[in-house]
Design a protein around this ligand. Sequence first.
Ligand code: FUL
Length: 698
Amino acid sequence: MKSYFKFLLVLVLPFLSISCSQVAIPEAVGPVPSERQLAWQELGYYAFIHYNMNTFTNMEWGTGGERPEQFNPSEMDVRQWAKVIKNAGMKGVIITAKHHDGFCLWPTKTTSHSVKNSPWKNGNGDVLKELSEACKELGLKFGVYLSPWDRNAANYGTPEYVADFHEQLRELLTNYGEVFEVWFDGANGGSGYYGGANETRKIDSKSYYEWDTVTEIVRQLQPNAVIFSDGGPDIRWVGTEEGFANETNWSSMRRDEIYPGWPRYVELRSGHEDGTHWLPAEVNTSIRPGWYYHPGEDHQVKSLTRLVDTYYESVGRNGNFLLNLPVDSRGLVHETDARQLMLLKEQIDADFAQELAIGVKTSATNVRGNNDTYAAKNATDGNNTSYWTTDDGVTSGSLTIDFYEPTEINRMVLQEHIPLGQRVKEFSIAAKIGEEWIQIDTQTTIGYKRILRFNTVKATAFRLDIADAKASPLISNLALYRAPNLLVPPTIQRNREGMVSLLVPEATVSVYYTLDGSEPTKESQKYERPFMVATPRMLKVIAFDTETGMVTASVSKHIDIPKAVWKVVSVSSGTPENIQNIMDENPETVWATDNMTVSPQEIVIDLGASYSVNGFTYVPSQERYPFGIMTEYAVYLSRDGQKWNLAAAGEFSNVVNSRLKQEVRFTLKKARYMKLKAIKTDGEDPRASFAEIGVLTE
Ligand code: FUL
């Protein structure tokens, strides 16, 4: 080598190494996910199935004293479940192999309390085998829920039970192929059947189950499976069963403080910014009020609006969404649940149908080492492995997407490159309308995925402003979408005074109505604000999407006289406190009598004026654990509150299983007072309960 060339190299090398170090991969910050946690995070949305002994006993928590013969589905078809799940766009399923009542859905060697002794397939069936095979066939992941608490086992509370529990886990993880998640419930209620002892047994949930051994078993038999419990070790509960994570959601927690078992569940909703371990949140909720199937909840399957919100508040808030389907006693996913799942899929698909920022000019305030490997465009290249980042020490900065043409946007998806840790602490987004930048939203964390929903803005540019991060922010994805309106029929609400509100989730959807029973069109009365309906009417309503011209089917509601001046004259027992619950037009609030001896219980109502009455309505309690539902009634009418005439008496058949509004018509009578007697109520509880009482007038 010529000496002047050597000399040049000596001069240049230090600079070369500087520029190399400037583009070195950023160092990890805080805890980072394991391979199995990363793979799990990408699943996003998958199904829970609660199907077991409780399905046949109509319970949520069986006592353990049930008999295997009670497990007897009439048309069980796991391929139907798997198809519904697949078609819904879910990536896998976790099934209750054993719930707290101890009944095992597979022919375990550890107990006789299993499908082996049930009439189903003459004791030769194995639900887990069938489901795992169906999953394999359809390309779904398969996971198991195994309750540590066992109210059937005679040896529960002893070391022998723990050995059985570990053995059950081994069976589950050995015989059914690949398992992606093992779900351990935190409930340890105490009382139970326990082989006939019928007593309360207390254990220390932190030490009794030997969690270290449990983890070893899972790691040994299914090294790729993540372990879920309230506090991990791999996946955490989100601290609520309502179906949301907090907007601030760190995937890290001070795990040693919380695992195993922890009472401070509210913190699980947000994680810990200074967490020591990667512990991302799984949002579990049911598509119905209960985890198990109850025919009485057939009319309470969650609305599309609610499901869409849950999706955005789980997947869109750095969590995974585990949606429960209570398989029914036929052994099928109920038609209504399947329909709602498909509606959700269609809406989410439509929301994210077209990514508008891909390949659009993207610039940043700072690019790490000015190097293309970390360029701004990496966030909008549709590829999640590349990312935009800044120089070390730069913990704020902006990414700008220039459309030049005004472009309508109402969703922004943001993702951090989490293999190097979750970093962003504070950010906002802005849109350029004309020459002005308008701030649309200010938020805290991003994590694996954050989805922001906002009213449609038409802008020439959009900007992500990161105000603070634990270290250089790493943004692997910034995607923009123009989601269509969520078009659902309006919800009709009426208050006690008679004011009617017609509610839709989107401001850009118009509502039209009629009050004469005719079908509404966009020529009908447009809903602007709550209005008064003082006399009996048939209200019919439609929602109309001005952007697409699409219209919903109409919904109707018979509206009768307002209850504003109604007065309860007397009740057979019970405090007048909350008595307005029976006439507040809100089926969620309940009033009940409280006397255990007076029978039948009765209520006398003064309607405030004389009406031509020809019927009455009764809404039973909609509570999760209802009591005192009226199954037989008698209604009396009076002009003066002294002399009573029987108007109708009869039975509400199936009201316990189907808690819909009950309507009784009778011959027209002039009356100002109504007396309702609960001749019979369901169950042992002698109280009578009422969510809402109404009259039908001419
Ligand atoms: C809870 C259990 O007690 C419920 O029965 C249900 O399994 C739910 C997913 O977890 O803690």
